[in-house]
Write a protein that binds this ligand. Structure first.
Ligand code: AMP
Ligand code: MG
Length: 403
């Protein structure tokens, strides 16, 4: 049986980044940029006022006597207009935020620092320095500059930058098409009430949600029965995807047929077990370009192994360089015991308190208790060989959501 790190390494070694495609920026959030984004303009494109006020010559604003200065107002410019007149000594132009600075002027005095006067004149209540309240042309970036590098994650602010530089369409790495199959004779659909020995299929929904958050495309094929024919029929369909996820049917039971069927169909399996808890029967293989995971049926085992292995695999396909969830160090709030055999992942509530991260494992009844994970925002990692932690000890915690 291999450990979590080896499993992670084998998976990523056998996953390649998908081809590049062009998409509209309207749908590009969460994807990975596959080209350098180069600006076609200076930003700002002109010397720009950052205030509503008066464009002035800074030297004019400092009177020798200390008396307020009065300037003649020659015109007004709003955002989107171009000033028509040059500001000469003793003059000012009324200007709005975002408007272009008129020639001659080198500062903008805020309207709050002025007093209106009779006629086209303004009284300044403050001296100004050159450049005050002016954003010079090209201050943020310039035409020809690479503003976003290839492999950048497109967050909302990056999407805004792409819009600023005129890139309505952008090259990104493709998102994988992911197929999900649940297996088990006991499973019924969400819309049905389970009777005698049945339970509802929650795994395919939980997995589909985890996969959707990575921005991959999900198709749920439904539930395969615990018989060869049913499995073969569904798995064959699933093998047309970039990534196929199966849950259940991989343990030691008499009806755990998934591994046998995968082999029969020619899927090349790299491993069938990982030393972790929850988990253990975690199968990874490839069928031509299709990556295949068969995950244990217990809901928390499915959830955790998807976070640990499937999510990074998807992110690699999508071109990202940061693949795994963030791991932080935190102070343990309550003592904890472990068997010390396999690496354990405990649903935990991580919080920031007085500038320190503290970790409280939540009440949890083991790998079937999915509700326990709803009280958690992270997974506390108990390494192999550790049998107990006492309160106050430093532990490693993997974030699975927001703090
Ligand atoms: P298995 O891995 O098939 O032996 O299943 C282990 C446990 O997980 C059993 O209690 C199953 O009933 C349960 N299980 C399997 N598949 C699912 C599923 N899709 N949704 C919820 N529970 C499941
Ligand atoms: Mg089963």
């Amino acid at each position: 049986m291999i450990n979590v790190d080896e499993a992670y390494r084998i998976i990523l070694e056998n996953i390649s980044t998908l081809p590049i495609q062009e998409v509209n920026i309207k749908g590009a959030v969460g994807l990975c940029l596959a080209e350098d984004a180069v600006s076609d303009i200076d930003m700002p494109p002109f010397d720009k006022s950052s205030m509503d006020g008066y464009a002035v010559i800074a030297e004019d604003t400092l009177s020798a006597s200390g008396q307020p200065v009065e300037l003649g107002v020659i015109e007004g410019v709003a955002a989107g207009q171009m000033p028509q007149k040059k500001v000469e000594r003793g003059q000012a132009t009324k200007i709005m935020t975002g408007a272009a600075l008129p020639q001659g002027a080198d500062a903008v005095i805020k309207v709050e620092d002025t007093e209106p006067m009779q006629g086209p004149k303004v009284r300044l209540l403050k001296g100004m320095k050159k450049g005050e309240n002016v954003c010079p042309r090209g201050e943020d970036f310039q035409a020809g500059q690479v503003v976003l590098k290839r492999a950048t994650t497109l967050r909302p602010q990056e999407i805004g930058i792409l819009a600023m530089i005129g890139m309505g369409k952008v090259k990104v790495y493709s998102s994988p098409k992911v197929g999900i199959i649940s297996t088990g004779d006991e499973l019924v659909e969400v819309g049905r009430k389970p009777t005698g020995g049945q339970i509802r299929d929650s795994n395919s929904h939980c997995l589909a949600a985890q996969v959707s958050l990575t921005r991959a495309e999900v198709e749920c094929f439904g539930t395969a029965r615990d018989d060869r024919k049913s499995l073969i029929h569904m798995i064959k369909k699933g093998l047309r995807k970039d990534l196929l996820l199966l849950t259940g049917g991989v343990s030691m039971g008499e009806y755990d047929l998934v591994v046998g069927v995968l082999k029969e169909l020619g899927v090349n399996l790299f491993f069938e077990k990982v030393a972790m808890k929850p988990g253990k029967p975690i199968v990874f293989g490839k069928y031509y370009k299709t990556a295949v995971f068969a995950l244990p049926g217990n809901p928390v085992a499915t959830y955790v192994s998807c976070e640990l292995f499937v999510r990074p695999a998807i992110r690699k396909m999508m071109g990202f360089t940061q693949l795994s969830r963030t791991i932080v160090k935190a102070q343990l709030e309550t003592p904890l015991r472990s068997r010390g055999e396999r690496r354990e992942f405990r649903p935990t509530w991580l919080r920031l308190e007085d500038g320190r991260l503290s970790a409280s494992p939540v009440e949890w009844h083991g790998s079937a208790d999915l509700l326990g994970t709803t009280r958690a925002n992270s997974l506390l990692i108990v390494p192999e060989g550790v049998e107990s932690y006492s309160a106050g000890q430093e532990v490693e915690v993997m974030l699975t959501g927001e703090l």
